[in-house]
Write a protein that binds this ligand. Structure first.
Ligand code: MF3
Ligand code: CO
Length: 252
């Protein structure tokens, strides 16, 4: 069953999304060598609670933290930990907040200090691929058009588009139908309808797309040790166009 949201529900998710965006902007300002992802997690959780929101990931399927923090070759679902970040690291911080029952989900890649040119390019291409996916998320298009747009944009760079994790419908719970793969064929899959709220969250590797799971049962990392990057937005597809509910450029 695919849930479609009313304008009012979308507005409430947008309020949640603005708070998510604000937290990412604060993290971007404070992240530096010597800091730990556990400190970032603590900051994010406190910020949420101070603004009347809850960390929706905490307790979700037994997950223990407010955020996921995945470093370098970790693709997603890394645990925040007490290990100092180093100059040149890429940290993917991903979290979902619940503001009065409305959810918003966004992941952002934060560079630690100055990063390599390889990392800069990977970040640029991954972020742009997210926006290519968002452009394809129009009423009347199909789910496959989103993944196809991402794949087509990334392909010339020779990067791997991770296949083991996908975007998803969101609200009332974190993961709802439909599943939104970041690869695929144009004009395939379900039709995108007015009121659909989904995440698009491409994970792109400098090497192969293949991932392997750590022993902790959560953290995925690249099999070849290559660098991985991710940007994610929660978006609402409406007949008046797409709304990016977690957009950082719209807020101060
Ligand atoms: N934003 C993450 C995702 O869509 C949320 C995962 S829930 C967690 O994959 F419990 F794994 F953190
Ligand atoms: Co997500």
């Amino acid at each position: 069953m695919i849930q479609r949201k009313s304008a009012r529900e979308i507005e409430q998710m947008h309020e949640a999304g603005k708070l998510v965006a604000k937290i990412h902007k604060e993290i971007a300002k404070m992240i530096k060598p010597g800091m730990t992802t556990l400190e970032i997690d603590k900051f994010a959780e406190e910020y949420m609670r101070k603004h009347g929101a809850q960390p929706a990931q905490k307790g979700y399927q037994g997950y223990k933290y407010a955020t996921c923090a995945s470093i370098n070759d970790e693709i997603c679902h890394g645990f925040p930990r007490d290990e100092k970040l180093k100059e040149g690291d890429l940290v993917k911080v991903d979290f979902v907040i619940d503001l009065n029952g409305a959810l918003a989900d966004s992941a952002w890649t934060h560079p630690v200090g100055k990063v390599s040119e390889e990392a800069e390019q990977l970040m640029r291409v991954t972020k742009e691929s997210l926006y290519k996916g968002i452009e394809a998320a129009k009423v009347g298009n199909r789910v496959g058009d989103i993944g196809a747009a991402i794949e087509k944009y990334v392909e010339p760079y020779g990067y791997g588009v991770v296949r083991d994790f996908a975007g998803h419908g969101i609200g009332p719970t974190i993961h709802e139908e439909p599943n939104i793969p970041h690869f695929g064929k144009p004009n395939s899959g379900q039709r995108l309808k007015d009121g659909l709220v989904i995440t698009i969250e491409p994970m792109i590797n400098t090497g192969a797309w293949a991932s392997q799971m750590d022993d902790n049962g959560w953290t995925a990392r690249t099999v070849d040790g290559s660098l991985s990057c991710q940007y994610e937005h929660t978006i609402a597809i409406t007949k008046n166009g797409v709304m990016i509910l977690t957009e950082q450029d719209d807020i101060e």
